[in-house]
Design a protein around this ligand. Structure first.
Ligand code: SAH
Length: 363
């Protein structure tokens, strides 16, 4: 049995049950055995592949979108570039390269990353390219204008799932079945002061006949607010790219291992466990901080409107057929609705004052 399974068993034996949130937090973030602390999780040889790992054009175009905001808002030398969950550092490396093609000075880079092994990869990749700082938590980010990017970050936050069953709030958790296997089940809970008001609002629209559930990531609010506060106070912008939808209803819990979908309870610490991002929660948090949230728009639409096809053409000009074929396949994976083009969404966060200005990719 894996070390993490033993830890979870000890907890279940002592307490009878564990919330899905606590399970996910251990499976992903346990400092020794958590999934994000393993080597080789992202990329062709890992468990899943992300847009920046598919194509350099992803980091280039999103980087130029942020550079445009830098210019538009006259942020000059006060701004910092922030990435939440930079993975292997690929997006930031491509962004830096594209930024350097502009005449703008490159702001210092601040990365939010909890995993030591991913930090080591980022360090190797980026320290020769720019001034880079790492943070465990958003609270230590400097209080300055922020240009932020977060790709497949919010889907990695541990979730809580709730339902109202016969007027009783229940939270999804893990218990033993009769044969001592772990199963997902519903646990009755007290709705105390700690119960988020946000959920009561959502509950008004719950379809109770269908035992509909609400999926909620508690860490989303403090992280988003910390970024939005800086954008509202000093200027800046954020781009959030993730698979998700415009509410938190239903179950989108999933686990992936070596590019295959697996049972979320089967391989704690060895499989990536994620859930769809609730973009309405992101926009509510932005609005609470007096920022505007634009979108979400489908990733395919966003990238095409920023000039993905033209960039691919430029890279392919006079190139070997092999490279040209690769570029066609990269474009297809990023924009085809059957691939990442539709399920992945892009949301932009801006100071209220810029919300009326047409923004590239989000018209
Ligand atoms: N953005 C990258 C990687 C996405 S994987 C890409 O597109 O390839 C998720 C990343 O977020 C990993 O780097 C993981 O370690 C980091 N991460 C997840 N939850 C985090 C948290 N709460 N705080 C900081 N980093 C986190």
């Amino acid at each position: 049995m894996s070390a993490l399974k033993a830890i979870i068993n000890a907890h279940l034996t002592a307490n009878g049950a564990m919330t899905l949130h606590d399970y996910m937090a251990l499976a992903l973030y346990h400092p020794q055995h958590g999934y994000y602390h393993q080597d080789q999780v992202i990329g062709q040889d890992g468990d899943f592949i992300t847009a920046p790992e598919i194509s350099q054009m992803f980091g280039e175009l999103t980087g130029l979108w942020l550079a445009h905001q830098y210019q538009l808002q006259h942020l000059e030398d006060k701004a910092i570039l922030v990435e939440l969950g930079p993975g292997r550092g690929t997006l930031m490396a491509d962004l830096i390269r594209a930024w350097r093609q502009t005449s703008l000075p490159l702001p210092p880079i601040h990365l939010l990353e909890t995993s030591a092994s991913l930090r080591a990869i980022q360090q190797e990749r980026l320290t020769d390219l720019a001034e880079v700082h790492w943070h465990d938590d958003v609270s230590t980010l400097p209080d300055q204008p922020v240009l932020m990017i977060a790709n497949e970050f919010f889907d990695a936050l541990a979730i809580r799932q709730y339902r109202l069953f016969q007027n009783q709030w229940q939270e999804r958790g893990i218990q033993y079945d009769n044969e001592n296997n772990w199963v997902l089940d519903w646990l009755d809970i007290e709705t105390s002061d700690a119960f988020p008001a946000f959920l009561y609002d959502q509950a008004q629209n719950l379809n109770r006949d269908k035992d509909q559930m609400i999926t909620y990531a508690p860490a989303l609010a403090p992280i988003t607010k910390a970024i939005c506060q800086r954008i509202a106070d000093h200027g800046g912008a954020g781009l959030i790219i993730d698979y998700g939808k415009s509410d938190g209803f239903g179950d989108s819990l999933q686990a992936v291992m070596q590019h295959q979908s697996v049972d979320p309870l089967a391989h704690p610490g060895e499989a990536d466990i994620t859930a769809w991002v609730d973009f309405s929660h992101l926009s509510q948090m932005a609005e609470q901080c007096h920022c505007a949230a634009l979108g979400p728009v489908p990733q395919g639409q966003f990238l095409k409107s920023l000039g993905l096809l033209e960039r691919a053409e430029q890279l392919g000009k006079g190139a070997e057929p092999e490279l040209r074929r690769r570029l066609v396949s990269e474009v297809d994976r990023l924009v085809n609705p059957a691939q990442m083009g539709q399920a992945f969404k892009v949301m932009a966060i801006l100071p209220d004052a810029y919300a009326k200005t047409p923004q590239p990719g989000l018209e």
